[in-house]
Design a binder for this molecule. Structure first.
Ligand SMILES: *Cc1c(COP(=O)(O)O)cnc(C)c1O
Length: 381
């Protein structure tokens, strides 16, 4: 591990291992058999992680995670379909924006900055509006760090016979989900979050029957996941240039993910990071936005200290000088910042983060992290 580089306490890109970075030191021909085998292996492993063998297929998509979200919505929601988007933060809102670009119908259940969408209210909306064909939910809404109740939502969507699309960008790889127990048509994620790869592609794990039925849906050639998948099946190649080095790094990242104990092992480390971070920050007087029940092992929102000496940029700069890149908050109602738990972070790094926060507060002459006001996440009780 290179120690001079700052640690990224962000939700991706995150701090990767040296071995993942080293996997990029070779050039690959995208048409070559070796690279085609790498793509097939990547898809096989991802489908296996959701126990989707025989039901789901993996379609990789060049670009950042949003490209995969846009491609999935464009491919699966028919032009005359209607999407219900469960929003409680920036990523749900972004799906609404995508639907506007696509010119396809959608409605939103907007819970504001952080309150979770609940099964009951989703079911009521589905019963009231038979035109809704699909429901989209964000697994971990990275803007607040909340872990949304995806199982509860999947249950009502299935009962109402609609199709579920899960943006699991920042959760998949560290939060268990099985296609055998949770019914969904697509689960979307990317290389550079909980799998600890480098950025460059996303992927969608799609129910094969739904993908095969999506003919004519896509608005865009390069975003058509049906075409991407059919070409992949026929030739073993991605349509158009794949991010070869990123794929090589991702395979190394998958190997290290398996060595850590797969999803359960990674979840355990992230959960431990989260608990250590939260309890240490609380000892310094900080408060989390969310009650413990809704905290994800991915990223945590803390209220900013209420003291007059606090300024986010100064806090950020001083944390960076100590080797930690933190993340600004995204709440409309209160000042906040976020600390990520994912990537190559272990007890030693978490303890160093806590020591750095304590030092920075003392340098800024702020007695402790007590916030000015709390918009209590009691809404989530
Ligand atoms: C990171 C993320 C995305 C995709 O973001 P990109 O910047 O396009 O990679 C989408 N949804 C969620 C929940 C995310 O955390």
């Amino acid at each position: 591990m290179t120690t001079q580089q700052p640690y990224l306490l962000t939700p991706g890109p995150i701090t990767t291992t040296l071995s993942v970075k080293q996997a990029m030191l070779q050039d690959w021909g995208s048409w070559d058999g070796d690279f085609r085998a790498m793509t097939a292996e990547l898809c096989r492993q991802l489908v296996a992680l959701i126990e989707g063998d025989g039901s789901h297929v993996c379609v990789p998509m060049q670009g950042s995670g949003t490209f995969a979200v846009e491609a999935t919505l464009a491919t699966l929601v028919p032009r005359d379909g209607k999407l219900l988007i469960l929003m409680n933060g920036a990523y749900g809102q972004r799906m609404g924006k995508i639907m506007e670009y696509l010119g396809r119908e959608y409605v939103a259940l907007d819970k504001g900055d952080f309150a979770p969408p609940r099964g009951e209210e989703v079911e009521a909306m589905l019963m009231a509006d038979p035109a809704i064909t699909h429901v989209a939910v964000v697994h971990c809404e990275t803007s607040s760090g909340i872990l949304n109740p995806v199982e509860e939502i999947a249950e009502v969507v299935a009962r109402q016979e609609r199709r579920l699309i899960i943006d699991s960008m920042s959760a998949f790889g560290a939060v268990e989900i099985s296609a055998r127990r949770v019914q969904f048509d697509a689960l979307i994620s990317s290389a550079n979050k909980c799998f600890e790869g480098v950025p460059g592609f996303g992927f969608s794990l799609i129910r094969q029957a739904a993908l095969e039925a999506s003919i004519g849906n896509a608005h865009s050639l390069s975003m058509d996941l049906l075409d991407q998948w059919q070409y992949l099946m026929k030739t073993g190649q991605w349509r158009y240039t794949p991010p070869t080095h990123v794929v090589a790094a991702f395979l190394q990242a998958l190997k290290e993910h398996a060595e850590e104990g797969g999803v359960a092992g990674r979840h355990a480390r992230y959960q431990r990071n989260q608990q250590r971070l939260v309890s240490g920050m609380r000892q310094l007087g900080f408060e989390t936005l969310l009650s413990d029940e809704w905290l994800s092992p991915i990223i945590i929102t803390f209220f900013s200290p209420g003291h007059d000496n606090f300024a986010f940029q100064a806090f950020y700069d001083r944390m960076k000088a100590r080797g930690f890149i933190i993340y600004p908050g995204k709440l409309t109602e209160a000042e906040s910042f976020r600390l990520g738990c994912i990537g190559q972070l272990f007890d030693a790094q978490v303890d160093a983060v806590l020591a750095a926060v304590a030092e920075v507060l003392s340098e800024m002459e702020i007695p402790d992290g007590t916030p000015a006001h709390q918009i209590h996440a009691a809404a989530t009780a």
